[in-house]
Write a protein that binds this ligand. Structure first.
Ligand code: AHG
Ligand code: MN
Ligand code: MN
Length: 330
């Protein structure tokens, strides 16, 4: 039997044909991201063999220790995107300031925001890590020279978002607002091959994912939910927490359940970053039939006020997110 091989670039082109609003330029931009993630994946696969494990000794703008792979991933994405003349601004979790590649009067209309390496604390111990990206378009109504007006847009304005997980295999999931599609990197040909189109998240699921060590710092309603899942009435929940958002989200997307990173005493606004973590994953979750909230409002409706803004995040199966909220609001 002849097997069809559909690779990511081809898939993007076909999406473009089905949705003529997607331009060829956009495909060109996405291909820079896939190229970068293939390079990062190759580094990750050789991590123990070359000197790329461990900390650099520097601290980033988030106050976190920078790992060597954080730097490699950040540089790789910046280099690959830098060659695409339609990318105007790049914003990375690892950079203090946005990188302005082209001035607004150029045709460089896209803004790419990314977490180059998610799950840094898991790098050295061979646990899944990832890359997350979000794509916006420059606003027509922003004032000249007002870079932040272009960047600080709510998540519902994203035109694409995705992530790559470097795990037992390297998988990419992306959306442009027409469903979520998933690809596996085939190392023998160096291409992401389509494995699932229109991925849907189960509407419910009895897996909760949270760093429960912080539970005493969580709001009372979240503590009540965490007590409830352990009761007989709840009917047998399981806990899974990897500590790499991409990996915890990927499992939740495929198997259902809920991921929570509520506010804590240490991080009263939550720990995760709105622009490079919560927004892109919220877009994917919604496109797959799930939902994402900060406890008060839909993540995608939040108006960002600063580049490295943090947020609390409850994301996953629609019914389970709703259940968490019912405890939190009570
Ligand atoms: P990053 O490595 O990009 O800084 O992100 C780490 C994040 C996220 O991946 C994960 O969900 C969370 O940190 C884990 O935090 P805790 O160790 O506090 O549970
Ligand atoms: Mn991260
Ligand atoms: Mn990171």
């Amino acid at each position: 039997m002849k097997q069809t091989i559909l690779v990511l670039e081809q898939h993007i082109l076909e999406q473009q044909r089905a949705h003529p609003c997607a331009s060829g330029e956009f495909s060109w931009l996405l291909s820079a991201i896939t190229l970068a993630t293939r390079v990062i994946s190759a580094h990750v696969r050789r991590a123990g063999l070359v000197d790329i494990l461990g900390e650099t000794g520097a601290t980033n703008v988030q106050g976190e220790m920078v790992q060597k792979l954080d730097v490699i991933a950040n540089d790789t994405i910046a280099t690959c995107l830098g060659y695409r003349d339609n990318v105007g601004i790049m914003v990375s979790e690892e950079d203090d300031e946005p990188r302005i590649l082209k001035e607004p009067d150029d045709r460089a209309k896209y803004i790419v925001l990314f977490d180059p390496l998610d799950g840094s604390s898991n790098i050295d111990v061979n646990v899944s890590i990832g890359t997350i990206f979000s794509i916006l378009q420059r606003r027509d109504d922003a004032g000249a020279g007002k870079v932040m007006d272009h960047i600080l847009q709510p998540g519902y304005r994203q035109i694409a978002a995705g992530y790559v997980i470097y795990s037992s295999s390297t998988v990419m999931a992306y959306t442009t607002g027409y469903g979520v599609h998933m690809f596996t990197l085939d190392p023998s040909i160096g291409a992401f091959r389509l494995v699932r189109e229109h991925v849907t998240m189960p509407t419910s699921g009895k897996t909760y994912s949270v760093n429960e060590a912080y539970s005493r710092q969580f709001p009372k309603g979240i503590q009540d939910y965490l007590d409830w899942v352990k009761t007989d009435k709840a009917g047998g929940y399981g806990l899974r927490y990897i500590g790499s958002l991409v990996a915890d989200f990927h499992r939740t997307l495929l198997h259902g359940g809920v991921f929570l990173y509520p506010p804590t005493l240490k991080a009263p606004k939550g720990k995760l970053r709105l622009l490079y973590e919560a927004n892109p994953l919220a877009f994917i979750a919604e496109q797959a039939g799930g939902s994402a909230t900060d406890g008060k409002q839909r993540i995608l409706d939040k108006i960002p006020t600063s580049l490295h803004e943090r947020t609390s995040l409850i994301i996953g199966s629609k019914d389970e997110v709703e259940r968490v909220l019912s405890f939190w609001r009570a």
